[in-house]
Write a protein that binds this ligand. Structure first.
Ligand code: ATP
Ligand code: MG
Length: 393
């Protein structure tokens, strides 16, 4: 690459998924998230000018490939481009473009050059830039034809204030809202397929996650917990850092089994999860709970069962998967790389004590009465005092 040339990432205003939110807040949060997410991919300078975010490697040790991979998972960006910055002279542009876009130019049969000149001091007009660049590329790649209507390859040349930029197609961003613009919520995460997807979906709406996981050693193993951590790592690639709270749940499950009707076991257990998650959530400034529930998926997810579960929480319970079917949920989990982890066969606290005939239409009065057999408050307190913390980055 010629001196003065540098490959960078451009995110233009039209590529921000900005909707309904204050632009300043949106951009500030987005910049902070990008900066954090790029840690570990090298040193980058972030700059905002002319309605564009410029992400520029500070030196050659910065890994642009890795940076693009990470940027593609940052919510709030609908598209971005990898671009070559060159000096603002026609000669620099002409000599760099053919080389920089070689793979794309070789693969395409037709192309078109599009030019934007926001620096009006530049000697050539946009149409003149297009003609000059088009001619040079045709000389270098004689197999190409110009097609102004439906080119296979669109070559963009932009003359901006810090330099001239050459790029080809935009890359798809993750969409959504920057994480943090929607407040914080507590994700009840199991080792299953659904809850990681639920966390991803709410993070996409700008919500920061705190994860709450119920573990039942020795019925559930360390491996089962590691599996949940592995799932959260995948979610964190989108959601940013996640604080995880691991709640000891064995005693509660044993007490329910000992003192309550078997057919209500699952619903009572789910209510304890809600109560505890609700406490943890309030303590950690979360405004809602998130679960991976979906109507009708299992006995504890009928409408009457959901009503009983929900009654144990004070905060709103967000269920982003509520109307999705399993195939749709699995498609998302494959896309965000949680599926293969979720299907690893480790026991979950829910599967350990599953009743043979769970009640699918529990009545809340019945459920509350069955709970009277237990010292619920003491059990909740004990579980909360045994919480272990992890940070997932
Ligand atoms: P998942 O695939 O998320 O496990 P599921 O369809 O298997 O969901 P359940 O196991 O009944 O359904 O759980 C319903 C929801 O309750 C989960 O999506 C999750 O939000 C929460 N949950 C279940 N088990 C746990 C756990 N051990 N720790 C924290 N939350 C849990
Ligand atoms: Mg489950």
């Amino acid at each position: 690459m010629a001196a003065g040339c540098r490959e960078i990432i451009l995110i233009k205003n039209g590529e921000l998924a900005l909707k309904g939110l204050n632009r300043g807040t949106f951009e500030d949060v987005l910049m902070k998230n990008i900066r954090r997410r790029l840690r570990g991919a090298g040193e980058f300078t972030l700059r905002k000018a002319q309605s564009t975010l410029y992400i520029e490697p500070k030196d050659d040790s910065a890994d642009l490939e890795e940076a693009c991979e990470r940027i593609s998972k940052v919510f709030g960006i609908s598209a971005f481009s990898r671009a070559l910055r060159v000096e603002k002279s026609m000669e620099s542009i002409l000599s760099a473009a053919g080389e920089y876009l070689r793979p794309q130019l070789e693969a395409a049969r037709t192309f078109k050059v599009d030019a934007r000149r926001s620096d009006k001091a530049f000697a050539l007009t946009s149409p003149q830039i297009c003609v000059a660049a088009g001619d040079r590329l045709l000389e270098q790649y004689p197999h190409l034809r110009v097609d102004v209507h439906q080119p296979e390859l669109l070559v963009m040349v932009e003359i901006r204030d810090f330099g001239a930029y050459i790029h080809a197609a935009q890359l798809p961003g993750a969409g959504g809202m920057p994480v943090g613009t929607g407040g914080r919520a507590a994700l009840l995460i199991s080792g299953g397929i659904d809850s990681p997807v639920a966390g991803y979906m709410m993070a996409k709406r700008g919500i920061e996650l705190t994860a709450v996981h119920f573990a039942s050693p020795p019925y559930t193993s360390e491996r089962a917990e590691e599996k949940v951590i592995a799932l959260l790592r995948q979610v964190a690639a989108y959601a940013g850092r996640i604080e995880m709270r691991i709640v000891p749940f064995t005693h509660i499950q044993e007490e329910i089994r000992r003192g309550c009707p078997e057919e209500l076991f699952t619903i009572l257990m789910r209510r304890f999860m809600m109560r505890i998650a609700d406490r943890v959530a309030q303590r950690e400034n979360c405004a809602a709970l998130i679960t991976g529930e979906s109507v009708g998926q299992v006995a504890s997810q009928t409408l009457p069962a959901l009503a009983c579960t929900e009654a144990a929480a004070t905060l709103p319970v967000l269920r982003p998967l509520i109307g999705m079917d399993k195939e749709e949920i699995i498609a998302v989990s494959r896309r965000i790389d949680t599926f293969e982890i979720s299907i690893q066969p480790y026991e979950d606290c829910c599967t350990v004590f599953t009743p043979r005939h769970p009640r699918t239409r529990p009545r809340i009065e019945q459920v509350v009465e069955a709970e009277q057999a237990l010292d619920g408050e003491a059990l909740v307190e004990e579980a909360i005092s045994g919480i272990r913390n992890r940070t997932i980055d």
